[in-house]
Design a protein around this ligand. Structure first.
Ligand code: OSB
Ligand code: MG
Length: 368
């Protein structure tokens, strides 16, 4: 397609309830939506940064700035642009993977809508629907956590992930295990521990968890390898896997035996497929992570999670787990514990412009 303009918007989406992780609490999802205006159909993408650089070094205002100053103008210089060329066109700029991923997704959506082909078909989806897990934030106390998990189980989620941090780990996990027995259960530490906490983390072994996600910091590949040897619980990496190369390094070092794939974190859905492919070749299970996506990124995640190597349920939950109102006319719904992979052209969802306008707090159009 020929890229004519890039429209950026910052949205503020109120969350149905605050979401707490080891790195903080959010009650409004601040996110950037990207529109690729082309000679074909317009395409939509989403930059999954959060307001503050607490999960990764990227954050919304930084992504906004690098996109308007550098990334979008560079893409607009290329004009006739295949989606497969976006990441190499942007590769002179270091980092800023979430921003790059949002642009690439908008171009992909435009090209596929123009072609009349679905994103799932393009990526190589092999399933019409994906099993849906839910990520449950840290609650006031273990009893409230049990209540929250009980509601998600009642609505049909097939796998529960609970957020943990030092002081809110063993008792929280024990409470959920005691209340619900042998449900598929995993924990996510979001880098809140160090190797000095290895003994506490080893206590989690008795809960037969599917995995522990990102116990140590992003850069700690060697420490993760040391920790993994001392635990029975499989170690899964999220924050550390910023590229296919990082994934290959982590596997070579023994830092992880499971990988969480998030397209934003690795610089785009095409790089996400490369992570998938190398894990599949290595016999390493992967699952699709989430970043509280709007209906745009959520549709894309459902398609990605339908690839054959995604053998564990991901954090691809229904839109209403986070939002009362979504920016698309067909928000993801939970049916029998699954989310359908959209089949229409491109992402297969239509943006509701009146909702989008109502949630927009800043916008800018960058032209060639
Ligand atoms: O670590 O997976 C994470 C949300 C924001 C930032 C990091 C993470 C998360 C989640 C929620 O766990 C996943 C989702 O349901 O979107
Ligand atoms: Mg995580």
């Amino acid at each position: 397609v020929t890229l004519e303009a890039v429209e950026l918007r910052v949205l503020n989406l109120p969350l149905v309830e605050p979401f707490t992780t080891s790195f903080g609490t959010e009650s409004v999802r601040e996110v950037i939506v990207v529109r690729a205006v082309t000679d074909g159909a317009d395409g939509w993408g989403e930059v999954v940064t959060q307001h503050a650089p607490r999960y990764s070094s990227e954050y919304t205002q930084g992504a906004w700035d690098v996109t308007r100053q550098f990334l979008a103008p560079e893409l607009l210089r290329h004009r006739a642009l295949a989606p497969e060329d976006v990441s190499s066109a942007l590769s002179p700029f270091i980092g800023h993977r979430m921003a790059k991923a949002g642009l690439e997704l908008a171009v992909l959506d435009s090209a596929l809508r123009t072609e009349g082909r679905s994103f799932g078909d393009y990526l190589g989806a092999v399933r019409p629907r994906v099993p849906s897990g839910v990520s449950v934030g840290i609650q006031r106390d273990p009893a409230s956590l049990v209540d929250a998990v009980g509601e998600y189980l009642a609505s049909g989620y097939v796998r529960i992930k609970i957020k943990i941090k030092p002081g809110r780990d063993i008792r929280d996990t024990a409470a959920v295990r005691e209340a619900f027995g042998a449900i598929p259960l995993q924990v996510d530490a979001n880098s809140a521990y160090t190797l000095a906490d290895a003994a506490v983390l080893a206590e989690l072994d008795r809960f037969d968890l599917l995995l522990i996600e990102q116990p140590l910091e992003e850069d700690d590949l060697v420490d993760h390898a040391i920790l993994a040897k001392s635990l029975r619980t499989p170690v899964c990496l999220d924050e550390s896997v910023v590229s296919a190369k990082a994934a290959a390094d982590a596997l070579a070092l023994g830092s992880a035996s499971v990988i969480n794939i998030k397209a934003g974190r690795v610089g785009g859905y095409l790089e996400a497929v490369r992570v998938h492919d190398l894990c599949r070749d290595a016999g390493v299970p992967v699952w699709c992570g989430g970043m509280l996506e709007t209906g745009i990124g959520r549709a894309a995640n459902a398609a990605l999670a339908a690839l054959p190597g995604f053998t564990l349920p991901g954090d691809v939950s229904a839109s209403d787990r986070f939002y009362r109102e979504d920016v698309v006319t067909e928000p993801a719904v939970l049916v029998d514990g699954h989310i359908a992979v959209p089949t229409g052209p491109g992402l297969g969802v239509e943006v509701d412009m009146s909702v989008l306008d109502a949630l927009t707090v800043a916008s800018e159009v960058i032209r060639a």
